[in-house]
Design a protein around this ligand. Structure first.
Ligand code: CUA
Length: 366
């Protein structure tokens, strides 16, 4: 226990919100509020808490009062009691129904708002494993603590290397499960500079309680750059993705609007894709992952099922880098720029016998 307290002190994470440090602080038993929506969450929590309190006191109070009032007394026989009271029955059916519908409505509205992810949200990949966290930023750099910028919306794309975990930052009032074999995403807008606790909120093994780290909100991008201990990436993720694409996908998928065995992939990211059965699906992380691992699950209209699964051939990192490459192409990035990467062969040249030999020792630009 002392170790834990020392750790909190060392990380300057307040165990309880400090009114001085958190002037816009939440009610006294809540952690500080450091993200948009936190006020709404606290309001709904408090409202439900007080509604329950009032009903609990009212019901238990009435029960105690009636027990005493109608207790058995010597010489007094059982009284006949009315079997029915329409007004009372309507009252205790309709009033709680209205309150329940209101609670549902407020909860659903709040949830819907957290699902409206702005396009400029910074995408940070969260990799959870027993019993640690890893965060990968858009430029490929990684950290073991989560570092954010105040006022910049964040979309976490979360994956697990082993079992079920859950991402929880109490100060953001955000929690979501991280499920092995699929991506889940979580959006929030950090609104206050500070250091907060990030913890796993799903029992994931004997080290579960150690699975926590620091979440720090910096005032601006430069401060974040300077203050964070980075695990530097050698290449931008899309460049690694370009190389993986070149080795595995370029034979069947064009990136210049050219239709090969499979559909061209240069302008697909984030768009709606029409499938053979007429339904539409959004080309996002989940769709791309599924298409790589179980290609026959969804077939694009006007194409046939010819792709083989890449299960066991591409790992989680390869898949995320391929996704980064698709994002890069969609944003108008020039695939030729990937030529600076060692071992890169221009996908357009594959199959035409013009494949360029990788230049050994070429200085890669990030
Ligand atoms: Cu991971 Cu608990």
């Amino acid at each position: 226990m002392m170790n834990f307290v020392n750790l909190l002190i060392a990380q300057q994470i307040p165990m309880f919100p400090d009114a001085e440090k958190h002037p816009e602080g939440a009610p006294f038993w809540f952690p500080p509020r450091a993200a948009a929506f936190a006020g709404d969450v606290d309001f709904l929590y408090s409202a439900i808490f007080w509604i329950c309190t009032v009903f609990f006191i009212g019901i238990v109070g009435a029960m105690c009062y009636l027990c005493v009032k109608y207790r058995r007394r010597p010489g007094v026989g059982p009284q006949p009691s009315p079997s029915h009271n329409t007004v009372l029955e309507l009252a205790w059916s309709i009033l709680p129904s209205i309150l329940l519908v209101w609670m549902f409505w407020e909860g659903a509205r709040g949830y819907y708002e957290t699902q409206q992810i702005p396009d400029d949200a910074e995408k940070i990949v969260v990799t959870a494993s027993q019993f640690s966290w890893e965060f990968t930023y858009p430029d490929g750099d990684k950290s073991t603590e989560l570092h954010l910028v105040e006022g910049r919306p964040v979309r976490l794309v979360m994956e697990s290397r082993d079992v079920l975990h859950s991402m929880y930052v109490a100060a953001f009032r955000q929690k979501k499960d991280i499920v092995p074999g699929r991506y889940t995403d979580l959006y929030f807008l950090p609104t206050r500079v500070g250091k907060y606790r990030l913890a796993c909120a799903e029992y994931c093994g004997e080290g579960h309680s150690r699975m926590r780290t620091l979440c720090q909100v910096h005032p601006d991008d430069q401060t974040r750059k300077d203050k964070t201990i980075w695990i530097k990436a050698k290449y931008m993720p899309w460049k690694n993705g370009a190389r993986t694409f070149n080795m595995n996908c370029a034979g069947c998928h064009g990136i210049k609007d050219d239709t090969k065995t499979g559909p061209p992939l240069n302008q697909k990211w984030g768009e709606m894709e029409t499938l053979t059965d007429g339904t539409q699906v959004k080309v996002d992380e989940t769709y791309v992952r599924e298409s790589l691992l179980t290609p026959d699950a969804k077939i694009v209209a006007n194409f046939s099922n010819q792709m083989l699964s890449f299960k066991g051939k591409l790992n989680d990192q390869d898949i995320l880098e391929l996704i980064a490459f698709l994002e890069y192409l969609k944003s108008g990035g020039d695939p030729a720029a990937a030529g600076e990467v060692e071992g890169y062969v221009d996908p357009a040249a594959v199959g035409s016998g013009e494949a360029t030999t990788p230049v050994a020792g070429a200085e890669p630009a990030k």
